[in-house]
Design a protein around this ligand. Structure first.
Ligand SMILES: [Zn+2]
Length: 179
């Protein structure tokens, strides 16, 4: 497959695949960013030459059963709004070592199986799974509209064989719960 076609298959904005490395259990795609970098704070495109570049490896969705890593070069900018740091990338959150679609993918599994099972299935640490799960929950909660329930229920459950307790507050009419 040509690199041009591979870039299309990858489908991430503003980047082209420059090289591919296929190992026994993983695929590494070296990608280059195209276009001008943009400021993650104010969104304006930065027209001057970037101050600095930093190579980073991030995990993306697997390809044919092999884990897939993207090797990207992040550009450092100093924007007129006062922002200093690495450029914004649509499909990669700041400080994140995995792509946004990978985050969502892991979160989708976390909703259906235990964190340990997700960690085993994807070969990543359970701490990573818990973190991605937590972030997924926070993203989902942020999208929810606030409610003004007329009735609420309060319950307490024990966790870790009675060593820890959690309080569950529910709004039965709205079918929402919070722990
Ligand atoms: Zn800016």
């Amino acid at each position: 497959m040509g690199l041009e076609l591979l870039t299309q298959v990858l489908g991430l904005s503003d980047c082209v695949v420059k090289d591919i490395l296929i190992r026994e259990k993983e695929i590494i795609l070296k990608i280059e960013r195209t276009g001008y970098p943009y400021c993650p704070r104010c969104g304006q495109h930065y027209l001057e030459a970037p101050k600095d570049r930093r190579k980073q490896r991030v995990e993306d969705l697997s390809i044919c059963g092999k884990r897939c890593f993207l090797e990207i070069v992040k550009r450092r900018i100093e924007c007129s709004c006062g922002f200093k740091g690495t450029e914004g990338i649509e499909w990669l959150e700041r400080y994140e070592r995995v792509t946004v679609r990978y985050q969502n993918w892991i979160y989708a599994f976390c909703k259906r199986m235990t964190g340990i099972d997700v960690a085993i299935l994807f070969g990543i640490s359970k701490h990573m799974v818990y973190r991605l799960d937590k972030e997924g929950i926070q993203r989902e909660l942020a999208l929810q509209k606030p409610i003004r329930p007329k009735r609420i229920g309060v319950d307490e459950i024990s966790r870790k064989k009675g060593h820890r307790h959690a309080t569950i507050i529910s709004a039965p009419d709205e079918r929402k719960i919070e722990t």
